[in-house]
Design a protein around this ligand. Structure first.
Ligand code: GDP
Length: 137
């Protein structure tokens, strides 16, 4: 059993697709093990995306991530890191496969509605960034 971190980003919350995103997870055998709604500060967004701090889009990305509330979740299931990435679709929504969350709801390479950890080590860091062990059920 594997765990990963998902975030419904501010553009997903604004589009009112929280239920739709969770529905797709559950329909694909993924269990929500923790969930909350938060509104990040710029500093919190910078800490979360610290691996991207040298990227030209870092400032814009962290502004976007604190532009409104978002919904971090811990997802659990067999092979859930890869399964979640598959349901999300490619980072650039123009390259995302039909039927993926980003194909259906993203509006730019930045506003791409969901985040998902890409490996076990990043999943562990990212889950710990938002949740303590008592909040994961
Ligand atoms: P992910 O793992 O698919 O989310 O993609 P990355 O880890 O490469 O990038 C993190 C996030 O940064 C993406 O989900 C986008 O929101 C944003 N991003 C990635 N590439 C670009 C880019 O070229 N320009 C801008 N403005 N944002 C980007």
């Amino acid at each position: 059993m594997e765990r990963t971190l998902s975030i419904i980003k501010p553009d997903g919350v604004k589009q009112a697709v929280i239920g739709e995103v969770i529905k797709r997870f559950e329909a694909n055998g993924i269990r929500v093990a923790a969930m909350k709604m938060i509104h990040m500060t710029k500093e919190q967004a910078q800490g979360f995306y610290a691996v991207h701090k040298e990227r030209p889009f870092f400032d814009s990305l962290t502004d976007f991530m604190c532009s409104g509330p978002c919904v971090p979740m811990v997802l659990e299931g067999d092979d859930v890191i890869a399964k979640n990435r598959e349901l999300m679709g490619a980072t650039n929504y123009k390259e995302a496969a039909e039927g993926t969350l980003r194909f259906d709801f993203a509006s730019s390479i930045e506003s791409n509605i969901v985040h998902g950890s890409d490996a076990p080590d990043t999943a562990a860091f990212e889950i710990g960034y938002f949740f303590n062990s008592f909040e994961i059920v």
